[in-house]
Design a protein around this ligand. Structure first.
Ligand code: SF4
Ligand code: MG
Length: 322
């Protein structure tokens, strides 16, 4: 199957003034050498804790941020520089769905007008707004309402409808259900899956929630402090996950107590500071298997079996072969 989008070696650094504003700024890599391949009708899930670089990766893939290194190729053509006319034209093929639906909408405009807006900007028939609203389960009467009259789940449907208005090929979904009640999450996840099947969309689905990512994805890449530490088919997740960090994430999962639902954090010490990643394997301060080699050298992402790769010096020793 040919890739709709291929990103290779993406790297993005930011300045930080750790230790106060009197200190000279240093740079850290929020995304450090990441590859992404998106296929028509398929979902690549990006799983990781907050601060792992997954939202930065989403912005790089969309062309909303320019990488320091690496390339994004869309249908065989290089992604143009942000905010050029070529970029604005290409951008209709990729759209973003964010977590904060309320913040993404204009409180002063009825929702149909907001879904019609991208159509108007690109000189397309605004009548398509009704069809796209109906495809996300919102009728004409709903289209006349204002954002404050809608529930959280309905607002997320509006944001999805607006992202679909220009008939894109790719949706980048950044924590699209994390702000919703658990009972509503399943409805929106199912809607997202139905829309993919109906339209042949490719998804980059970014989330800290292991259960949601496993449910929606065909492939899953686990990110830790800017790097992919394991990538595998969704079906190989669980029992066959092999990286110590992935295993820690999975073992922290079934948390039926709602008070802990937002956690998604391994029970292996505090989450790291993304602006000061440790050397060598970035997971070493939290890894029970760390050695001197782990502290000194970055483990490369290498293939373990067909379609399954991980970045760990000791993977053969500490996990049985799948
Ligand atoms: Fe742990 Fe070393 Fe593997 Fe990193 S490379 S995950 S520190 S065993
Ligand atoms: Mg984020």
């Amino acid at each position: 199957m040919t890739a709709l989008l291929k990103a290779r070696g993406l790297r993005k650094t930011y300045a930080t003034r750790r230790g106060g504003f009197m200190r000279a700024p240093t740079r850290f890599a929020a995304v450090d050498g990441v590859d992404v391949t998106l296929l028509r009708g398929r979902t690549l899930g990006i799983l990781g804790e907050s601060g792992c670089g997954k939202s930065t990766l989403a912005r790089l893939v969309l062309g909303l941020a320019e990488p320091d290194a690496g390339t994004v190729n869309l249908g065989g053509a290089a992604m143009p520089r942000p905010d050029t006319p070529e970029w604005r034209k290409l951008r209709t093929r990729l759209q973003l769905v964010q977590q904060d639906a309320a913040g993404a909408l204009d409180p002063r405009l009825p929702i149909r007008a907001q879904v019609a807006e991208p159509l108007a900007i690109h000189g397309r028939d605004q009548a398509a707004a009704d069809a796209v609203l109906s495809s996300v389960g919102l009728n004409r009467a709903m289209g006349a309402r204002f954002p404050h009259e809608l529930s959280g789940g309905q607002l997320q449907r509006v944001v999805i409808a607006r992202a679909l208005a220009l008939d894109p090929e790719i949706l980048v979904l950044d924590e699209p259900v994390s702000a919703l009640d658990v009972s509503i999450q399943a409805q929106i996840v199912n809607l997202i899956a139905d829309l993919q099947a109906a339209r042949g969309l490719a998804y980059l689905f970014v989330s800290h929630d292991v259960n949601v990512v496993r449910h929606v994805s065909d492939r899953i890449a686990v990110m830790y402090l800017g790097r992919v530490v394991e990538e595998a088919p969704a079906a190989a997740f669980g029992e066959r996950a092999r990286h110590p960090y992935t295993r820690a994430l999975l073992s922290s999962v079934p948390v039926p107590d709602p008070a802990h639902r937002r956690a998604g954090v391994p029970r292996i010490g505090d989450p790291p500071d993304p602006s000061a990643p440790p050397g060598g394997c970035r997971f070493h301060p939290r890894c029970p298997h760390a050695t001197d080699l782990c502290r000194a050298e970055v483990p490369p992402l290498r293939s373990l079996s067909a379609g399954h790769a991980a970045a760990c010096h000791r993977i053969e020793e500490i996990t049985k072969c799948a």
